[in-house]
Design a protein around this ligand. Structure first.
Ligand SMILES: Cc1ncc(COP(=O)(O)O)c(C=O)c1O
Length: 473
């Protein structure tokens, strides 16, 4: 729309302003002075109130303009502008440096709200272009090493091995630990299928165990119950940003001489007892899929402090090729390498992980404030002893009979939500790997909803979500 249609003189009459609003159908007019400088805003609501207060149609709007209106400048980022919207401010003038109206931004009420969305407004584009222009677009190039080093150092670990995705990272970790046929690996019932699939790739037998009711993470008691003389490793999954009880799990592993492979795909930056997740296991695995805390599009990484495991993972990642003798293959390996292009994005993302985690927490805090009084829902625990969760996807529990209706209501408002993962043992292909009833995970999985967790979740969106949660009897 031409900006002329959305601006009028600050000296216009009520009639003139009404005509402008009528013709632009935006329910608002931006009032400008003779030089074109923004003076303020007048809405159709303001005009209605003036008429109700007895003002005539020929009254000048000059003294009735809202001069403390919200505006944005041309050079502000979309994220900064989005933050200015709220339930009453849905249209914002965009100004140039002279304060002339050059455009406007409108919050579309029907705007689609995604469950997750990467935030790529740091150095991502610059580094990606740098990698692109260097022509090192495959897995050689400076960004792969840079990303490996910076991510490992962020987690307090010595070595990082970047991979094509998080599932490949889990597989690589199991291969490096020589886990295979005849071995058993303990996994939680509530996780994404990649955790158990990686075990199955190796020919080992996964053993599914139940979760803790409070944390939704693997239960140390159930791990102990599932141990046999074939057990070789445990894969604790820090689910939905919540750390597992790593003290108890490490004790069990030490006592029974077991490996720990941490699955940190959903918990970058979370801590247990002041230590980052990913620093407890023999190897820890991360995913950088587009919906994760930080992303490389697709991507993953294994971390370890063990130089031998580091070398072994590098070999398996690169077709099993000898480091010293190129094209001589020592083991049957895989192509699990990350590209320099992906790593360029990752390098920019890790630079900003603290600020990404802090806006995520802010989003969760806003949900907590708004939803705390909604009856019948339970937010994910954030006050468990020794556990410092991070916000991946804000998660709540609600009675199963209400859950489908709430999800339907949110869908109608074009708000993406997700039910919790199906417990592994409820799927035909995995059910045989649970040796015992997993009643806690069944209960939690039926109640869980992941809510949209993106930087544009403002009060208006949370209000809509709350309405859906309250409306359902
Ligand atoms: C718990 C868990 N483990 C593993 C993965 C696998 O990661 P990716 O999708 O990068 O292969 C995911 C991610 O989707 C996950 O959520």
């Amino acid at each position: 729309m031409d900006t002329k249609q959305i601006t009028c003189s600050y000296k216009e009459t009520i009639r003139g302003a009404m005509q402008c609003i009528e013709s632009n159908s935006k329910k608002v007019i931006f009032c400008i002075d003779e030089e074109g400088v923004l003076v303020g805003i007048l809405t159709d609501g303001d005009i209605r109130r003036l008429l109700l207060n007895g003002y005539g149609m020929n009254e000048s709007i000059e003294n009735h303009i809202n001069r403390n209106c919200i505006y944005a400048f041309q050079n502000e980022s979309p994220e900064e502008i989005l933050k200015k919207f709220n339930s009453t401010v849905t249209i914002i003038p965009i100004l140039d440096y002279r304060h002339h109206v050059v455009d406007y931004a409108e919050y579309d009420e029907g705007m689609h709200i995604s469950l997750a969305q990467p935030q790529l407004n740091g150095n991502e584009y610059q580094y990606l272009m740098d990698a692109f222009l260097s022509t090192w677009i495959s897995s050689s190039g400076k960004y792969v090493t840079k990303f490996e080093e910076s991510f490992a150092s962020y987690c307090g670990m010595k070595y990082g091995v970047a991979t094509s995705n998080g599932t490949a990272a889990l597989h690589l970790a199991l291969l490096a630990l020589d886990i295979g046929e005849g071995d058993e690996v303990i996994v939680p019932n509530l996780t994404f299928a990649a955790t158990i699939n990686a075990v199955l790739y190796t020919g080992a037998t996964p053993v599914i165990v139940d979760i803790e009711e409070e944390s939704w993470c693997i239960s140390p008691e159930e791990i102990e119950y599932a141990l046999t003389d074939k057990t070789k490793a445990i894969i604790p999954v820090h689910i939905y940003g919540q750390p597992c009880d790593m003290e108890k799990i490490c004790d069990i592993a030490q006592k029974h001489n077991l490996y720990i492979i941490e699955d940190c795909a959903e918990a970058h930056g979370a801590c247990f007892d002041g230590k980052k997740v990913g620093s407890f296991g023999d190897i820890s695995c991360f995913s950088f899929f587009g919906n994760k805390v930080i992303t490389t599009g697709e991507g993953g990484m294994c971390l370890t402090n063990n130089s031998e495991l580091n070398e072994k993972m590098r070999k398996y990642r690169d077709h099993g090729m000898s480091k010293e003798k190129r094209y001589y293959h020592e083991v049957v390996g895989y192509n699990y390498r990350m590209t320099n292009l992906q790593a360029a994005i990752g390098t920019a993302q890790i630079e900003r992980i603290d600020s990404i985690l802090s806006w995520r927490k802010e989003v969760e805090d806003n949900y907590r404030t708004s939803l705390s009084w909604v009856e019948g829902i339970q937010l994910q625990k954030n006050d468990m002893e020794k556990r410092e969760k991070i916000t991946w996807l804000v998660s709540i529990l609600i009675q199963p009979e209400k859950r489908e209706k709430v999800m339907e209501c949110l869908k109608k408002h074009d708000i993406d939500v997700r039910a919790f993962f199906y417990p592994l043992d409820t799927m035909d292909i995995y059910s045989k790997y649970a040796r015992k009833e997993c009643s806690v995970s069944h209960k939690i999985a039926k109640m869980g909803i992941n809510l949209p967790t993106t930087y544009n979740i403002d009060e208006a969106v949370i209000d809509k979500i709350r309405e859906c949660l309250c409306m359902i009897e």
